[in-house]
Design a protein around this ligand. Sequence first.
Ligand code: SAM
Length: 266
Amino acid sequence: MDKIKAKKRYGQNFLKDESILLRIIESMPYNKNKLVEIGPGLGDLTEKLVKYKDVRAYEVDRDLISILRTKFAIQLDNGKLELLHTDVLEAWDNQGSLYDGKYDMIANLPYYIATNIILRALEDDNCEHIIVMIQKEVALKFAANEKEKPFSALSVITKLLSNEARILFDVPPTSFEPAPKVMSSILYIRKDASKSIEPGFKKFLKACFVQPRKKLSKNIASVVNKDEVLKMFEELDINENVRPHEISACLYSQMYKKVVNNGRNK
Ligand code: SAM
């Protein structure tokens, strides 16, 4: 590996497998969007991305920034690459969006904040596609369909904001330096700009999935009066014994509308 020691606190596992890098490039959508990379690291993926499109990259680690500035001096000079030294979550807080035009996010994400980053990208109107490497277990949660075991609050949010979400392929620990302890996957999400979720919906979902293997009616009873829950289930033709992973994202959305409209919050 290059002279730098990977920093655990920044979730640094550098992708060193050429065949995986090429498969990620092959998965890129064909359009004119800017590419946004989060955590370019030592620049192995960045090097491939800038051959195809203009890239804006966000990197938090000062040591890596100086390596990247040297490695990509030409691309930084001719505008193919824009390198921003900042925490990407702070950038979202400060700028509202990671780019002021349409963009696709392609990244080998730092796993400690991967869920947050994907949720922010899902709600960033300028982001059209998300193609990211994350821990397999988390990727399954984003891509799951109702009735599948990993179907979770993350799956519901993804379904309500996208047209397509699936795992493209798995990546073993041996493809990285240092090797992570877990299996990774490439998650692909094609967003739908016409869809949105209401403020407060995520909090409601959290309550619905608080005990994922318990009955949904029990979980919801912490935020909605019990007899109101049963009335709502009847109106929406939901079986009162149903578990949280067994009903569709659309039903969650309909339930929330009823809760808000009828003031059924506890
Ligand atoms: N893209 C490189 C690769 O594929 O080899 C590195 C991927 S490594 C899993 C994650 C990268 O995200 C590291 O470069 C790390 O420093 C960076 N990173 C971690 N936290 C970040 C944050 N909050 N904002 C921006 N970059 C971050």
